[in-house]
Ligand binder design. Structure first.
Ligand code: ATP
Ligand code: MG
Length: 658
């Protein structure tokens, strides 16, 4: 038998040291967003419609953060009984409690949230005006003092710094303002970043119209995170994929009973690129509109088929029921659900299943989108592919498909490269390389760079071929011109294809409509067909580029420029310019002209007059000069081509050709 207990040993006493506050505040809410989220939650519970947060722009010693709400406020009595009562149960034993006026689901539960302020500040000044009686109370909580009080159970002294008796007119000014002093933050917060982070902790502002959170005067953003999403579920379920249990709400969220009346609402976003931000990547769980679990992956262990998808996934799940259970499933620091608890298990199992299934769908969708994109890319080449023999088609197509899968290539780059590959194939080159490429499972960077270089050389070689043909042609023309042997039809052909003789005119297009209109403007006696002095029988060529018209007249080689040609040519140009001036609405603003004829060596006066017209965009050129000039330009082009890959033996070999 145990002996009787002496009178003075009958009771022990539970004592709380002031340091407990450290565990409740400082250690749990070190991020300003997490800390202030608690103060916002209190404003919601107090039926506030606006919570205004003012952040300091610089982190000076006197900097403060203010959180003010227009909620019910507190009477002096309530400050004592509720605010200063650590562990006070505002739900008074009923888990599904609602606020007094607006009947909002109450977020507060643990009776410690106010200490969150101590996570980022040494001192909190609370100013509150009760809507009930208009009483105003101001008091200060100072961490150093509270900590120093050995036993706060025996009554931590809190001094009231200002007090005003209950009064009718003050009732209208109800609300609470918390000012955080002596901030322990290194840097000033970026207000935009802060607002974005805060918006990820609350769905409240999106759900109801009568609650606004403002940061430095601006409301926190609404679903800003939607940008950049590639797939959104349940929206992007195909008919056969949507689980029967999932109902899609008008706002795009899915709703389902995960068993036993546990309702969840959810929306999963898969981004185009991997998500770099920790507070976005993963699935967040909300209870009554407030974050209860930071983004996580439902603690999935072991591989799932679309594992990679987790890097792209940002999901939100609303599971209000977890905050209405008799047990408090949300961990003290409110960033985590207590998943060890049996009551949390159904949500964990559901979450794993959804994540697994949606990551698999993501993988399939991505693959099929890629195939579609690939096919549309290849479609551009289909005609050219079809012209190849069947067996070759397959190889080239496979090689192009391999290229198209390289995500780093832009569409334009792919097209250029595809073009180079086809051209080279058609020219009988590159076969080995393309063959290798089509066989390759995955191309290494090295091989790819090799291919790019090869394509570059091949394009240069192809261009070289085209250019050198032109050079040869010009040489032939020059010989003929020198001998005054240029037949009229060759000259006409040049007139129609002026880019043959000068790369300068490559960007110009033949303008026929205007040419016809102009022919009628010229007086009959100036019409070229009347001319017997070697004028072409019609206006040779009218070219257009942008807002400029370029008129080209080719005299028969051997015909020497004279004063009559010059004035006739001037008349032409002037007629065209008058036409342009009369048609200010048209696209042309300028007109320039070239007259190609042999130089009047014997008449320096004519030469002088011709030269003087140059400043008026009327240019005269000798056939020989023009052709020599064209040759030189094309040769420059060949040099440029050779510079593309100076080490390549095929391009080196071109030296002799130029
Ligand atoms: N801004 C406010 N306006 C009116 N009353 C407030 C405000 N902030 C706190 N209170 C009162 O003080 C009490 C204590 O707040 P505290 O945040 O510490 O605990 P809680 O909200 O009850 O629970 P939890 O720890 O889960 O947040 C609240 O229940 C509320 O009655
Ligand atoms: Mg609270």
């Amino acid at each position: 038998m145990t002996p009787p207990i002496p009178e003075d040993k009958k009771q022990l006493r539970l004592k709380f040291h002031g340091r407990v506050i450290d565990h409740l505040g400082i250690q749990m809410y070190q991020s300003p967003v997490a800390a202030i989220a608690e103060l916002i939650s209190n404003a919601w519970d107090a039926d506030a419609e606006d919570v205004k947060i003012t952040l300091p722009s610089t982190m000076t010693t006197g900097a403060v953060i203010e959180i003010s709400d227009n909620g019910n406020g507190m009477t002096f009595e309530q400050c004592q009984e509720r605010y200063l009562n650590v562990g006070y149960d505002c739900r008074v034993g009923v888990a599904a409690a609602t606020s007094s006026g607006k009947l909002r689901p109450v977020l507060g539960r643990k009776g410690i949230g106010k200490f969150a302020g101590f996570g980022i500040a040494q001192k909190m000044v609370v100013e509150t005006i009760s809507g009930q009686n208009g009483e105003r109370t101001v008091f200060e909580l100072n961490l150093a003092t509270l900590r120093g009080d050995e036993y706060i159970t025996e009554g931590g002294q809190i001094d009231v710094s200002e007090y005003e008796m209950p009064s009718e007119p003050m009732k209208a000014r109800h609300g609470t303002k918390i000012v955080l002093h002596n901030l322990s933050l290194q840097r000033a917060q970026n207000a935009d970043q802060f607002a974005r982070s805060m918006s990820r902790r609350f769905l409240l502002a999106q759900r109801v119209d009568d609650f606004k959170i403002l940061v430095n005067g601006a409301p926190i953003p609404d679903d800003a995170d939607l940008d950049g999403a590639e797939f959104v579920f349940p929206r992007d379920y195909e008919a056969t994929q949507k689980p029967a249990a999932v109902e899609i709400e008008p706002n795009g969220w899915g709703k389902e009973d995960i068993g036993g009346g546990r309702l969840v609402r959810w929306r999963f976003h898969f981004y185009k690129d991997t998500i770099k931000e920790d507070e976005l990547r993963g699935v967040s769980i909300f209870a009554n509109g407030k974050l209860a679990q930071r983004p996580f992956d439902f603690n999935i262990t072991g591989g799932i088929s679309g594992q990679q998808g987790l890097e792209y996934l940002s999901g939100r799940v609303e599971a209000d029921y977890i905050d209405l259970l008799p047990v408090d499933l949300i961990a003290t620091e409110r960033q985590r659900v207590n998943w060890e608890h049996p009551e949390a298990l159904p949500l964990l199992i559901w979450g794993r299943k959804r994540v697994d299934e949606l990551c698999r769908l993501w993988k399939e969708k991505r693959a099929s989108d890629k195939v579609k994109a690939l096919e549309s890319k290849l479609a551009n080449f289909s005609l050219r592919l079809a012209a190849l023999p069947k067996s070759e088609q397959k190889t080239v197509k496979r090689a192009l498909a391999k290229l198209a899968q390289i995500s780093a290539l832009t569409t334009k780059q792919f097209e250029d490269l595809g073009d180079a590959i086809l051209t080279s194939w058609e020219a009988g080159r590159l076969r080995d390389l393309i063959h290798d490429l089509s066989e390759a499972e995955e191309m290494s960077t090295e091989d790819f760079v090799g291919l790019l270089m090869e394509a570059n050389v091949l394009t240069a070689l192809n261009t070289y071929e085209a250019v050198s043909t032109k050079v040869a042609l010009i040489e032939g023309l020059r010989v003929k011109v020198e001998k005054n042997e240029l037949e009229l039809d060759v000259r006409d052909y040049i007139a129609e294809n002026p880019w043959l003789i000068s790369p300068r005119w490559e960007t110009f297009k033949v303008e026929t409509a205007i040419k016809t209109a102009l022919a009628d403007l010229l007086p009959a006696k100036y019409k070229p067909e009347d001319d017997e002095k070697g004028w072409n029988r019609r206006m040779d060529l009218l070219l257009a580029s942008g807002d400029t018209l370029l008129i080209l007249e080719f005299m028969q080689p051997g015909k020497v420029l004279d004063i009559g040609h010059i004035s006739r040519f001037e008349y032409y140009i002037t007629t065209i310019r008058n036409y342009i001036e009369a048609n200010t609405g048209g696209r042309f603003k300028r007109c320039a002209g070239y007259l190609i004829a042999n130089t009047p060596m014997k008449d320096p006066a004519v030469l002088k007059i011709a030269e003087s017209k140059a400043k008026d965009d009327m240019l005269f050129m000798d056939w020989g000069t023009m052709l020599a000039e064209a040759e030189r330009q094309f040769e420059d082009l060949i040099d440029t081509l050779r510079d593309r890959a100076p080490e390549d033996s095929r391009l080196k070999d071109l030296k002799g050709a130029a």
